[in-house]
Ligand binder design. Structure first.
Ligand code: 5GP
Ligand code: MN
Length: 324
């Protein structure tokens, strides 16, 4: 059962009365997780608070421009009065930091995943929002803090990545209205877009083409499955975060409704990314495998070998009623 949402005014008050705040984005943080965290962290510091974003893995190269002394790997950076998790709604999304998160006397969750239940003292989960960054924008407004250029660019980065540059079906009128308002804080939208989408290394293009070569098609091309292994990363010199765009490319193929991309993080750790175009509910498919997400973008992790994972997912897709 979902707990009811706290208002941004309530959450704003909790944050305003805190002295030390730790922010927790999910593992393999995407632009929305990092953008939302960076915006909130900057706001809290502006208010004179001790605030850090606690991370457990490296930030993707194309998102590093959002971090300027905001993130730390140090579990002892501070003992927070309030822990805030953003763009995720369960401790399993930040496993190595879960205990640290729960140590704080007050916990807050700000998220837009419909599969999140609300496990914190205060929760604001809005699956209708295209990006968590939109919720952070609303929260900052409720707190009455002025959005400066850097805060604005962090929010814009979150919106841009989660909406596929305003292309995906989650994009709303409000998404555009918020983006428009961010221009008033002096954001350089083109530079943010270039940092995120046009600063690729050659290694990224190489791993993308290798991964796309593994593609198998099902249901006459309506579903496609592809994968990347550690060996492929070694051979191309690419890092796993550089495969992030592959699942979107698979979905962009004409006639494809469902794209599945499987990433071998370790011998028994396969992270699966799902995307759909029009009608397959991938959040439901993810939940079946113990993960979560949105209707058109979701994911889960399987603790088995790549070949076993591939067979299990393929079997599931073969039997999906909506693909027949
Ligand atoms: P991605 O495929 O880009 O990693 O994730 C797509 C969406 O699904 C994101 O919104 C992400 O937060 C969510 N997601 C990915 N993996 C998991 C998972 O293991 N559990 C949950 N609850 N959500 C996930
Ligand atoms: Mn998001």
């Amino acid at each position: 059962m979902k707990t009811s949402n706290s208002t941004f005014e309530e959450i704003g008050k909790i944050l305003s009365s805190a002295g030390k705040v730790l922010i927790f984005p999910h593992v393999n943080a995407d632009g929305d997780a990092i953008g939302s965290s960076a915006a909130l962290c900057r706001v809290l510091r502006k208010m004179g608070k001790d605030a850090f974003i606690l991370i457990e893995d490296d930030i993707a190269g194309n998102l590093k421009f959002l971090d300027d002394g905001l993130t730390t790997f140090d579990m002892d950076a501070l003992d927070a009065d309030v822990s805030v998790c953003v763009d995720c709604g369960e401790t399993g999304r930040f496993p190595k930091r879960a205990d640290k998160f729960m140590e704080a006397p007050v916990t807050v969750c700000i998220d837009h995943h419909g599969t999140s239940k609300g496990f914190c003292t205060y929760n604001h989960i809005d699956p209708g929002a295209a990006a968590t960054a939109q919720l952070i924008f609303r929260l900052i407004k409720a707190m009455g803090v002025e959005i400066d250029k850097q805060i604005g660019e962090a929010i814009f980065a979150g919106i841009l990545t989660d909406t596929g540059s305003f292309r995906y079906s989650n994009t709303q009128k409000e998404t555009h209205l918020i983006a428009a308002e961010l221009y008033d804080s002096g954001i350089d939208a083109a530079t943010v877009a270039q940092e995120i989408f046009e600063t690729m290394r050659m290694e990224r293009l190489r791993i993308e083409s290798r991964a796309i070569e593994t593609m198998a098609t099902l249901h006459g091309g309506k579903a496609v499955l592809a994968y990347v292994t550690q060996k492929m990363l070694e051979e191309t010199g690419a890092s796993m975060d550089e495969t992030e765009g592959v699942v979107g490319q698979l979905r962009s193929i004409a006639g494809v409704e469902l794209a599945v991309f499987m990433k071998e993080y370790g011998p028994e750790e396969i992270k699966v990314s799902l995307r759909s175009k029009k009608y397959v509910d991938v959040a439901e498919m993810s939940s079946h495998f113990g993960g979560g997400g949105h209707e058109r973008a979701a994911g889960f992790t399987l603790r088995c070998s790549m070949s076993e994972a591939f067979d299990r997912v393929k079997e599931y897709v073969m039997n999906m009623a909506e693909m027949k």
